[in-house]
Design a protein around this ligand. Structure first.
Ligand code: SF4
Ligand code: FES
Length: 249
């Protein structure tokens, strides 16, 4: 199959970018978006041209590195799949696929399809961790966690930090990401000891850097980890819980 790729090229953060068009022979319906880029880069390097810069690591949907925009959508055509799992599928010969960086004013372009998603770290640094001394591994077993609580926490902890939710949101909200970070810790016995501090710090980081959540739902549609939209409400729950209980540590 021959495909036409329209790819954003930008040599550096301060430089002007533009779309370049490429015709690519030998494409296959089973190829992922990243394999298309690999194939394109083989062609470009064989011609002595600069390859397209893009991020990838695991290619198994667990690292979050592969965030990019495919035909106007973070990660690609199908809901809840990372770019590394989005397959070309059946397309007519000569079909056009457009590849851009994740679109967000919060993610400056580093080069071509690579963006700086460091703003997400502001949320994680504020409260996406537990600083309580949890002791040695056997000690953790002495605090039983109900199965449903553990399952709900694991569902939220599945966030792979790809940043697609922010790029998909017309408001640039990080409510899904922050909800996943803050709520799974709030529900577990030891991390919940610092629930109030964490909620206040995460709320401050979210307010400083990101837009407000208006319930567009695009975040949950693109999330490759399947984080439920309910996570957006959990940020508000934690925020107001900390405000109404000032003594909560
Ligand atoms: S909540 Fe989903 S879309 Fe957002 S960063 Fe985590 S994995 Fe990516
Ligand atoms: S490359 Fe790791 S999630 Fe896609």
């Amino acid at each position: 199959m021959r495909l036409k790729l329209k790819v954003w090229r930008q040599s550096g953060p301060q430089l002007r970018g533009r779309f370049e068009k490429y015709e690519l022979d030998g494409c296959d319906s089973r190829m992922s978006v990243l394999e298309l880029l690999d194939h394109l880069n083989e062609m470009l390097t064989s011609q002595g041209k600069a390859p397209v810069a893009f991020e990838s690591d695991c290619r198994e949907g667990i690292c979050g590195a592969c965030g990019l925009t495919v035909d106007g959508r973070p990660h690609g055509w199908r809901d809840n799949l990372p770019a590394c799992h989005q397959r070309v599928g059946k397309r007519r010969d000569g079909a056009v696929i457009t590849l851009e960086p994740l679109r967000s004013g919060l993610y400056p372009v580093v080069r071509d399809l690579v963006v700086d998603r460091g703003v997400l770290d502001e949320v994680t640094l504020a409260g996406g961790f537990a600083s309580v001394d949890t002791g040695l591994a056997p000690d953790a077993d002495t605090l039983p966690v109900p199965h449903d609580v553990a399952e709900a926490a694991l569902d939220l902890a599945a966030c792979i930090g790809c940043g697609a939710c922010v790029a998909a949101c017309p408001n640039g909200s990080a409510a899904l990401y922050a909800g996943a970070r803050v709520a799974h810790l709030a529900s577990l016995p030891i991390p919940s000891l610092e629930r109030g501090r964490r909620a206040r710090a995460v709320a401050a980081a979210v307010d400083q850097w990101f837009g407000a959540c208006s319930g567009y739902r695009e975040c949950a549609r693109v999330c490759p980890a399947g984080v439920d939209l309910g996570a957006t409400a959990l940020v508000a729950k934690e925020r107001w819980g900390a405000a109404l209980h000032p003594a909560r540590t």
